[in-house]
Design a protein around this ligand. Sequence first.
Ligand code: HEC
Ligand code: HEC
Length: 382
Amino acid sequence: MSKLSNLSLFCTLFSLIIFVASCDRNPDNIDIDDISALPETVEHPASNPFSVEKQELGRVLFYDPILSGAKDVSCATCHHPDFAYGDGRDLSSGVGGLGIGPSRSNGEIVKRNSPTLINTAFNGMEEDGDYDPESAPMFWDNRSDGLEEQAIEPILSSEEMRGDGIAEEAIVDTVLERLASIPAYRALFADAFGSETITETRLAQALATFQRGIISNNSRFDQYMRGNLDALNNQELQGMNAFIRVGCSECHSGAMFSDFEFHTLSVPDHPFVDDSGATENFDFRTPTLRNVALTAPYMHNGAFDDLEDVLEFYDDISGNNGDSQNGQVADNEIDEEARELNLNGRQINDIIVFLEALTDEGFDKAIPSSVPSGLEVGGNIN
Ligand code: HEC
Ligand code: HEC
């Protein structure tokens, strides 16, 4: 072979490689390392190992309004399985309210949207799958470390559970005394912890163990990632492709579809609430997108009713003509990764279809038929 034909063979091969590399419409060619399936099992912290007794004690505590000042609100008031362990409201409604979900009335308004508790066991998971259940970040501003630490916060909050009748310094002791006065609770704590003593730590550990069992890790997306290539249809694959290509997975990354970092997007303010976010920059933690089709309305304040509105918002803030949607955030204060998203109508539709494939309704939905206090299961929610 002459040198010339060697060179032309090289050129042909080289352009073929470039062509193949740029011919990336095929979902099979995209780099899907940014997102992944959830693990099939959950880790519990060494300081709070799993037991069925502890989980079931946690379940009745979760539904028992005895944990609230006026015995009217339980955790399930705002985190109910019928609403995918959120409450379907823009802002949550706590003390003094009646009913559940969007039709609940007269409750104290909490300044943020109730996030789903499904898969919070995996909060903080990194792209490589590492996570530490002991320090898993909680809340829209990551202000609590781990489900154990988080569990006492709603009991202290005057809007969520405490009310005005009992001081913040006194409420936990009041709740512990109430529990200790009920023989059935003493027996359940003995089964779970080896003795009847009811402490703040044990209360938090039981609630955390119950919540760590609320898992949903078998969406069609998970099945696809574990090797069942038929689990997602063509449009869903195009949507997955677009989700990664346009840059959604820069922030909604890993198996939880969250980097658990703060970002400023310029979500419009809620008319009732002034909320400048985690670091006063109108920044909030990236939420998980798992089961997102079940958890409307969206954002830290429920600003958007459906996924179309969320995607339109991203379209409005990004690209060459991107504008802030919040009067208190300048265009150039919006996170660069959000400004760089560049969406077209087709991609928006495909991404929504893909997000719907992140649903797995197989999470624990069991509601106890009664709670040891004899109060109404879930509080005043019926
Ligand atoms: C009145 C409504 C209400 C009640 C009652 C309530 N919560 Fe919440 N919960 C919320 C809201 C709103 C947030 C988000 C607050 C924030 O981020 O500042 C939240 C956040 C959480 C989170 C963080 C989830 C995450 O991914 O960051 C957990 C866990 C949680 N609640 C568990 C509980 C438990 C356990 C109880 C009962 C002891 C409870 N909640 C009672 C409304 C409520
Ligand atoms: C710069 C990081 C970033 C990028 C890029 C990004 N998001 Fe988000 N996403 C967030 C943050 C932060 C929030 C919460 C904002 C708030 O509540 O104020 C959010 C909220 C959401 C929600 C609402 C979820 C809920 O439960 O309330 C959806 C849905 C969503 N994003 C989808 C997407 C899609 C689709 C893309 C790509 C088009 C995308 N995101 C790109 C950071 C990002």
